[in-house]
Unconditional design. Structure first.
Length: 295
């Protein structure tokens, strides 16, 4: 990738602080905080799912503390003090701000930038306490994205989703959830999920939320490339591979040897690739309507 633009100022670096800030309760999206997919990711990585929960006082478990020590960069390279990885994420976030401000101007409304929180081991968010193993996630309560860069790189390696653009796709996906919050989509889908009669139906709605965030990530890449030529040879393939790697079916098959579509909360590999590609090829909000048929 070629990221020559300014770094976002909306980075809150809490690395080394542990779960030091208090928070409320709520529904976080994008990182698997809800249910089966989170456990499946843990099993796929050989992690005991119990480490996801804080002990009293929000203290990380021993395994989580060990996870903090590895701090590779987005492409898997080692970095000194995390400066390179922080700069990369800040540049990606800054580029998403340019794209989404332009998109919202076309809608005649302002775009409020999200804050991206860097942490390691454990964190307190507006949606409650979380450990690194939940993966990157977005909390609509405080409009913040939470990422443990070391664990994200570990997750990429374990799932075979390597490369700088694969890492950028992850950041852009979480920003996509913030866009949904700004547009009122998350509030609408929460209402639909509360009205759903069965868990399977609620999961199906959540899948549409995640697939739209994938499409928004593709939209960002298309618009940013047209404006600033950020993509290099192989970047698109990295993004598509990352989308496929985190499909519910692939994760479930890897963890338990079988696939249970009724428990999907993020979408199959095929669907995630399809919607990321749709955003990448079309580059417009109207193309990312994953909710057709629900209204």
């Amino acid at each position: 990738m070629r990221l020559d633009g300014p770094e976002s100022r909306n980075i809150e670096d809490r690395r080394g602080q542990g779960g030091s800030r208090g928070g409320g309760r709520g529904l976080a999206v994008g990182g698997g905080l809800g249910g089966v997919v989170l456990v499946v990711i843990c099993l796929a990585l050989g992690i005991d799912p119990s480490v996801l929960f804080m002990d009293e006082g929000g203290v990380p478990t021993q395994q989580t503390q060990q996870t903090q020590q590895a701090r590779p960069g987005p492409g898997g390279e080692a970095t000194a003090g995390g400066d390179a990885e922080r700069r990369f994420v800040a540049q990606v976030l800054g580029d998403t701000e340019l794209v989404w401000k332009a998109q919202f101007r076309q809608l005649g409304r302002p775009y409020q930038d999200p804050v991206l929180v860097l942490f390691n081991g454990a964190v307190q968010s507006g949606c409650g306490a979380a450990q690194s193993q939940v993966g990157p996630f977005y909390c609509p309560n405080d409009q913040r994205i939470y990422i443990d860069l070391g664990f994200m790189a570990q997750l990429q390696r374990q799932l075979g989703a390597n490369g700088d653009f694969a890492a950028a796709y992850i950041v852009a996906h979480e920003v996509g959830h913030h866009v949904q919050q700004q547009l009122g989509i998350l509030d609408l889908t929460r209402s639909l999920q509360q009205q759903a009669g069965e868990l399977t139906e609620a999961n199906a709605i959540q899948v549409r939320v995640e697939l739209q965030a994938d499409c928004f990530a593709g939209l960002w890449a298309r618009q940013a490339d047209q404006a600033r030529a950020i993509l290099e040879k192989g970047d698109v393939e990295e993004g598509l591979n990352a989308a496929a790697a985190v499909g519910d079916d692939r994760l479930q098959r890897r963890a338990q040897g079988q696939v249970q579509p009724e428990s999907f909360t993020h979408g199959s590999s095929q669907d995630r690739v399809r919607w990321f590609r749709t955003g990448l090829e079309r580059g417009e909000l109207a193309a990312c309507d994953t909710f057709a048929g629900l209204r």
